[in-house]
Design a protein around this ligand. Structure first.
Ligand SMILES: Nc1nc(=O)c2c([nH]1)NC[C@@H]1CN(c3ccc(C(=O)N[C@@H](CCC(=O)O)C(=O)O)cc3)C=[N+]21
Ligand SMILES: [Mg+2]
Length: 289
């Protein structure tokens, strides 16, 4: 029996519908949610991602403020820009597209964002809330993955999960979210010994490497009936590919996310959701003050 494709386009569309109604409701209260995007440099892939995020915002009625900075933008200038956006009441969410060029430190930059506008969930405040199970603004890619599990009613409780990634944007927050759902979670990385053993012992594998030369998740690494979530994105001969050997893995797995059309669209949908959440929090703050 062959497994089922997890369709990120369908699930992201349903998230976007919910966001759309929330935007309408906010508008009735005089709030137009606004996301400020910050892009430094001229990497074409990053520019495309930001453009896609802005387009998705427009689809659901969220306005955007576009900040494009030269590749030599300094840390000092970045700090001023973040301060400015923090203090701008018309801005509800701030997205600093990563990676940043060498002279800019990612932690210095993202930790400066107001936790109330931190739609990537990257500030120490929001990381702390997440690790104690009280997260409100949570990183978009892991939130999107959790949304897929919910939509397909795939249980996490008591399951063995292997996450092949330890980044602040994906692996670490996802670890906490899955732990909160009572899964037994293992984080693997480049220094892990016997990766295949961890994978074969897993009910759920999440992989986010994004380098086919370094790593491909093949069917011999997957337990019969496992769920496989592919967060990898790389270009191979101009084509977008993930970490997973999809055609073969799906013959053995119960569910697999494709690339494209899996986790990617969910990441964008959850950014919209976080922006609406941030706009709602701002309203509560205005009302209570
Ligand atoms: N501050 C920050 N927050 C992020 O969330 C963030 C970031 N920086 N830097 C880069 C990564 C990557 N990322 C993706 C978003 C959408 C797709 C996506 O929509 N992918 C489509 C395909 C898009 C295409 O064709 O290129 C898909 O998988 O179907 C992929 C990757 C967000 N990231
Ligand atoms: Mg850097």
């Amino acid at each position: 029996m062959t497994g089922q494709k997890i369709d990120g386009i369908v699930v992201s569309a349903s998230v976007k519908e919910r966001v759309k109604s929330a935007v309408k409701e906010l508008a009735e209260n005089g709030i137009i949610p606004c996301l400020a995007t910050v892009l430094v440099g001229d990497d074409p892939a990053s520019a495309t991602y930001v453009r896609n995020k802005q387009k998705a915002c427009a689809d659901v009625g969220i306005t955007t403020k576009d900040h494009k900075l030269p590749s030599e933008f300094s840390q000092k200038e970045m700090n001023s820009l973040v301060n400015l956006l923090n203090n701008d009441d018309s801005v509800h969410g701030i997205l600093v597209q990563l990676p940043l060029p060498g002279q800019l430190d990612e932690f210095t930059t993202t930790s400066r964002i107001s936790p109330l506008k931190d739609v990537d969930g990257l500030t120490p405040h929001n990381i702390g809330l997440l690790t104690t199970g009280r997260g409100i603004l949570k990183p978009c890619t892991p939130s999107g993955i959790m949304e897929l599990f919910e939509y397909y009613k795939i249980p996490l409780e008591g399951k063995n999960v292997t996450i092949i990634n330890r980044s602040n944007l994906v692996g670490k927050p996802l670890y906490n979210m899955m732990l909160e759902k009572n899964a037994t979670v293992t984080t693997c990385h480049s220094k892990t010994r016997n990766l295949k053993e961890y994978c074969l012992n897993s009910d759920i594998i999440v992989t986010a490497i994004g380098n086919r030369q370094k790593f491909i998740l093949t069917e011999d690494m997957v337990k019969e009936g496992a769920v496989v979530i592919d967060v990898g994105t790389a270009r191979l001969d101009g084509k977008l590919v993930g970490d997973v050997d999809y055609e073969n893995v799906i013959k053995k797995a119960s569910y697999v996310t494709p690339v494209p059309g899996g986790v990617g669209p969910m990441t964008i949908a959850m950014l919209l959701k976080n922006t609406v959440t941030a706009a709602s929090i701002s309203k509560e703050f205005v009302q209570s003050s």
